[in-house]
Design a protein around this ligand. Structure first.
Ligand code: ADP
Ligand code: ASP
Ligand code: MG
Length: 404
């Protein structure tokens, strides 16, 4: 059997944890399995490297940021291989260049295009545990790229798909996927299983337990995932196409503080204005999330939308650049102290009361709603960031998600 095992930052944060992971992998190896291990950078090393970059240059070139960040994952894999060596088991560490993990050139947010598997297969054939850097890739000019924060999950799923692995296990610092982030929602409950679609929505809406692109890829290639703890042996959560239980009304609540609200006020009220605005942003690879347009008044209208907070300053700069040309407006406002809170569930499709109930929960705790966006299986609201935990707990409780 071929197993891909991914361990996140907290799971390899220090010497003891590195040995803990080494032993878990060796256990699998000794059963006769082929073992591919994907690692994140130790603890908060990626954050530390980013802070170091900002100290030198507040606006560092994106290529060089990725060059720097690859060091994090490279440190973990080398140390892991040393740990395995000291336990008497043959292994080899490989980075994205040595494997050849091909990506686009979108530094900081690159997409995997293909993985060469020959080297990995040869090393497995030689009965080594193969330890691979998560999160990083190379583009067609051999520049290092990274896949976006949390991207090691995507490396693991992509490897599982490319190697046609029998199992893909994502080890982390919680026991599995919960109905809400257990760090902030005290009644959060662990789910035994969840569908790709629900997990994809939760991940995209801020449930950082899995990188959303890893779920997208798992669905596309039919890779069944298990999310479980690296610190104990409890069962974890299976992420797959269909779940055996009856569909739950709500599978979970997620929040995302990495959100900024941008209002473009007093735009001309004529065809093509929205097109131009979002076209400029798309040209710079900026993803826009919730969009609200006011009804036109006195020949003008306002367009308000959210972007990832990391992209907020760049977004405002782009809009300012076009203000004297194609995007005439009175004012551009930026608010970074907002958060999104979402409820997700496939059962929502046939139950019209969900949005109202969510709003009731917020009313009960006195939280004001700034924007609302809905799809067939989710409701998202935008609120002041300071109320996130209060709102999360209230929404989680009103749907009784803590109970089986
Ligand atoms: P890793 O370093 O292992 O990749 P992450 O920090 O990226 O770990 O993801 C695990 C964290 O995700 C947990 O510590 C938890 O606080 C957070 N999290 C957010 N939403 C959820 C959820 N619905 N279920 C479980 N964990 C969640
Ligand atoms: N080390 C990277 C990060 O902190 C990737 C990951 O952990 O998945 O975002
Ligand atoms: Mg992660």
């Amino acid at each position: 059997m071929l197993v891909v095992k991914k361990f996140g930052g907290t799971s390899v944060a220090d010497k003891e944890r590195i040995f803990n992971v080494a032993r878990r992998c060796i256990e699998d190896y000794k059963k006769g399995n082929d073992v591919v291990v994907v690692l994140s950078a130790m603890g908060k090393m990626t954050d530390a490297l980013l802070a170091q970059a900002k100290e030198i240059n507040p606006n560092p070139p994106k290529r060089e940021v990725d060059m720097l960040l690859t060091v994090g994952e490279q440190t973990s894999v080398a140390l892991m291989s040393m740990a395995m060596d000291s336990l008497g088991v043959p292994s080899i560490s490989l980075n994205a260049f040595q494997v050849a993990m091909h990506t686009t050139s979108a530094y900081g947010n690159a997409r995997l295009k293909g993985i060469d598997t020959d080297r990995i297969r040869n090393e497995l054939e030689a009965r080594k545990i193969v330890i691979i850097t998560g999160f990083q890739g190379i583009d067609k000019m051999d520049n290092y790229t990274t896949l976006g924060r949390g991207g090691s999950d995507t490396t693991a799923v992509a490897l599982a798909a490319a190697l046609k692995a029998d199992q893909c296990e994502i080890y982390t610092d919680v026991d599995g996927v919960y109905t809400a982030d257990p760090r902030y929602v005290k009644n959060a409950r662990k789910l035994d299983e969840i569908t790709y679609d629900e997990m994809l929505d939760l991940a995209s809406l801020g449930a950082g337990v899995l990188h959303n692109r890893s779920v997208e890829m798992a669905k596309k290639y039919g890779v069944q995932l298990v999310v479980r703890s690296s610190l104990n042996t409890s069962e974890g959560t299976v992420v797959k196409e269909e779940v055996s239980m009856e569909k739950m009304l709500i599978s979970g609540v997620a929040s995302d503080k990495n959100t900024a609200l941008i209002s473009v006020i007093g735009l001309e009220d004529r065809p093509g204005v929205a097109f131009k605005l979002f076209h400029h942003l798309a040209n710079h690879n900026i993803n826009v999330d919730i969009i609200l347009q006011s009804i036109g008044r006195d020949g003008t209208k306002d367009i308000t939308f959210t972007v990832d907070e990391d992209n907020a300053d760049e977004t405002v700069e782009i809009l300012e650049r076009h203000r004297s040309g194609s995007l005439k407006c009175q004012k551009i406002e930026l608010d970074k102290s907002v958060a999104k809170v979402s409820v997700v569930g496939a059962g929502m499709m046939s139950n019209p009361g969900v949005a109202a109930k969510m709003f009731e929960a917020l009313y009960d705790v006195g939280v004001n709603i700034k924007m609302i966006s809905t799809s067939e299986i989710r409701v998202t609201i935008l609120i002041d960031e300071g109320f996130t935990n209060k709102a999360m707990n209230a929404v989680h409780d009103i749907f009784n998600l803590g109970e089986e």
